[in-house]
Design a protein around this ligand. Structure first.
Ligand SMILES: [Zn+2]
Length: 251
């Protein structure tokens, strides 16, 4: 791909000695101008902290989101520290990783009141007890509770894609990324849903790779095959690959 793109969902590869430097090199190799770097937990925030100087030199290339877990006081402390360091940080809620139940939704909404930034809600269904996953319910509740705030449902609900899209399509503040889902479900019936919703929702979908779970070029080619089948215009494709992320996360 010749034009520069934005990756709306990326992680540090903690197996690397200098994960942030490695990430920037991966971005360079794949024409990725800017990314949303998601720091879900303490390990990821620690690794980021070690290379904070690299971040400062590349501020224009990364947005940052930090996982805020009501079951882990340390996560709030570390998230607030990012703000104190002057790092504009979005909040990530990962219901499955954080072990959040549906009953805890009000408690999570209460904590979110303290922040004004966009919120990313993870809705990837994986690992054990998929039947109890509630990422979509969290995404809907947060989107509804904070209509003035941008809310991104990461992985667009994965297994619950259709439910996610139908439950939020009338909410102008809710956005989605197709990361992981675009590759993992590319040969299932879910692909048909991804094609259909991309066709009619190009103003609210962002491309993301979920690197290092998927190589950036592989994630991009999987997405492009969906985009081709959807038959969207070049302008619409540009929104998904570039413009929408700025709409959500700012300049
Ligand atoms: Zn991810």
């Amino acid at each position: 791909m010749a034009e520069r793109i934005i990756d709306s969902h990326i992680h540090l590869n903690l197996k690397k000695e200098r994960p942030l430097e490695d990430l920037l090199a991966q971005m360079d190799a794949n024409q990725v101008e800017r990314s949303m770097l998601i720091l879900n937990n303490t390990d990821e925030r620690k690794a980021f902290g070690k290379e904070v100087e690299v971040f400062k030199d590349n501020k224009q290339r990364l947005w940052v989101a930090s996982g805020l877990n009501i079951h882990d006081e340390q996560s709030k402390k570390e998230t607030d520290e990012l703000f104190e360091k002057g790092i504009k940080t979005c909040i990530k809620i990962h219901p499955h990783m954080f072990g959040l139940t549906k009953e805890e939704i009000p408690e999570v909404l209460k904590v979110l009141e303290e922040y004004e930034t966009p919120v990313i809600v993870d809705a990837l269904y994986y690992d054990k007890e998929i039947e109890f996953h509630n990422g979509v319910e969290y995404g809907v509740a947060i989107g509804r509770a904070f209509p003035e705030r941008k809310v991104v449902i990461a992985h667009a609900g994965s297994l619950d894609f259709l439910k996610c899209m139908m439950a939020t399509r009338y909410m102008p503040n809710v956005f989605y990324d197709y990361s992981f889902t675009q590759s993992f479900f590319n040969r299932t019936s879910l692909r048909m849903d991804m094609v259909d919703f991309l066709r009619r929702t190009t103003s609210k979908i962002m491309w993301g790779s979920d690197f290092p779970s998927f190589a950036i070029d592989k994630a991009c080619s999987d997405f492009m095959s969906i985009a081709e089948e959807a038959g969207i215009t070049n302008e619409q494709l540009r929104d998904v690959l570039y413009n929408n992320a700025f709409k959500v996360y700012g300049a």
